[in-house]
Design a protein around this ligand. Structure first.
Ligand SMILES: Cc1cc2nc3c(=O)[nH]c(=O)nc-3n(C[C@H](O)[C@H](O)[C@H](O)COP(=O)(O)OP(=O)(O)OC[C@H]3O[C@@H](n4cnc5c(N)ncnc54)[C@H](O)[C@@H]3O)c2cc1C
Length: 380
């Protein structure tokens, strides 16, 4: 077993770092607090080959591995935390599900713009009454001639204000087996009142009112839920990678601060009470990184295992938040202020403990793996 990156991976990491230092470093703070989607970054990343890293070359991607994509998101985040969202959108999110399961026509129609950094795709999964219990979703797809009529509503959809297309989970029939997904264009979606998460990210409720969806826009038909979640595990790893990377960003800021800030005539790093915080943070970051790399490396060019993804995400989400929180504490008022991005990292990390499978739901999944049986969460 070798825990080091290969020479190729190191070269790739160095090239991403150079790119990020040149194009992203100067405006990192401003970008973190700006509204909207950083289209300028998306276009630059497209040129640099940072969108579609794991998507096959025949579909316009780079034909790389999931670990390459993880390295890209971590490296970008180490320079500009906000820009890591663009790596996520271009590699880990619904774009990956589209590339994995989409028809040739669907890919041709949507992928080119997504990979050029000219468009973004959102996933509409959560509903007002179906959050963790996502299989309770009610948005229905009813047969209408050679197509479908979709009605329902989605909440918390990230990027909803500027997405070109939505990957919407729908119910074709009863039960888990009746769930699948369709692609719906922006013009067919009604957006509700704009809202914001604590992280500053914008979201709006989606209303789908008897939207006509041609058969050609069905991504996964009835019985597609398992595949959908298998694809979603990639999104979860991107989410894990950002948690870890933003925790690490905060840690590096705090480490630098502790080596230059003096109180009581001594550097902060000379107080044992703070040294132990740093030791704890370092152990959490290293452990999280190993779990994340295990899940990504074992998946290689395929989809990651549900267990390894659940373990990596639950651990990275908790570690990222804990480390960002302790880093903020170490930096005192400066950490709590917008003079640094530490408070931003903390707010972002908090959200990933809920988004894309909360820590509790992931632990349920891990327990099922431990005991080799399923535990229904529903009343008898
Ligand atoms: C930053 C952010 C971005 C998001 N982006 C998107 C997006 O792009 N698209 C999308 O569709 N959705 C998105 N979501 C929604 C997200 O997927 C849901 O918030 C999540 O699935 C939890 O659902 P809920 O908020 O309804 O909480 P609930 O399901 O109501 O859960 C509330 C609490 O109860 C716990 N809980 C629930 N059931 C159990 C159980 N069986 N055992 C133990 N604990 C349990 C949960 O862990 C949570 O702590 C986003 C959310 C956030 C915070």
């Amino acid at each position: 077993m070798d825990f080091r990156l290969t020479q190729e991976q190191e070269q790739f990491r160095d090239s991403v770092k150079k790119f990020a230092d040149k194009h992203l470093a100067a405006s990192a703070r401003e970008r973190a607090h700006a509204a909207g989607y950083p289209w300028d970054v998306a276009k630059l990343m497209a040129k640099q080959g940072l969108l579609g890293i794991t998507i096959p070359e025949k579909d316009g991607g780079q034909g790389g591995t999931l670990l390459d994509a993880v390295i890209a998101i971590e490296t970008v985040a180490s320079v500009c935390p906000r820009s890591a969202d663009v790596v996520q959108a271009g590699n880990f999110g619904p774009i990956r599900v589209l590339a994995e399961y989409g028809s040739a026509d669907q890919k041709q129609h949507h992928l080119r713009k997504l990979l050029a950094g000219e468009a973004v795709i959102s996933v509409g999964m959560t509903e007002p009454d179906a959050g963790s219990a996502v299989t309770d979703l009610k948005t229905s797809a009813k047969k209408d001639g050679d197509g479908w009529r979709v009605s329902g509503s989605k909440i918390f959809t990230t990027h909803s204000a500027y997405a070109d297309v939505f990957l919407v989970y729908v119910r074709f029939g009863p039960g888990v087996g009746g769930i699948g997904s369709v692609l719906i264009e922006k013009k067919d979606v009604k957006l509700g009142k704009a809202s914001k998460f604590m992280s500053g990210e914008e979201w709006a409720q989606l209303y789908l009112e008897d939207v006509r969806v041609p058969q050609a826009n069905v991504l996964l038909g009835e019985g597609g839920f398992k595949k959908q979640i298998a694809g979603f595990n990639v999104e979860r790893l991107g989410n894990s990678a950002r948690s870890l990377a933003l925790g690490r960003y905060a840690y590096e800021a705090a480490r630098a601060w502790a080596m230059e800030r003096k109180q009581f005539g001594r550097l902060l790093c000379e107080f044992q009470g703070l040294q132990w915080k740093f030791a704890d943070m370092k152990m959490k970051l290293d452990a999280a990184q190993l779990l994340l790399y295990r899940a990504a490396a074992n998946a290689d060019r395929g989809l990651p295992s549900p267990e390894e993804t659940a373990i990596a995400k639950a651990y990275c989400n908790q570690a990222g938040f804990d480390v960002a929180n302790e880093s903020l504490q170490v930096m005192g008022g400066m950490g709590y202020s917008q003079e640094s991005l530490v408070e931003y990292c903390l707010r972002r990390c908090r959200g990933w403990m809920i988004a894309g499978g909360s820590i509790e739901i992931l632990k349920n999944r891990i327990a099922e793996h431990i005991f080799e049986r399923s535990f229904s969460q529903r009343p008898d």
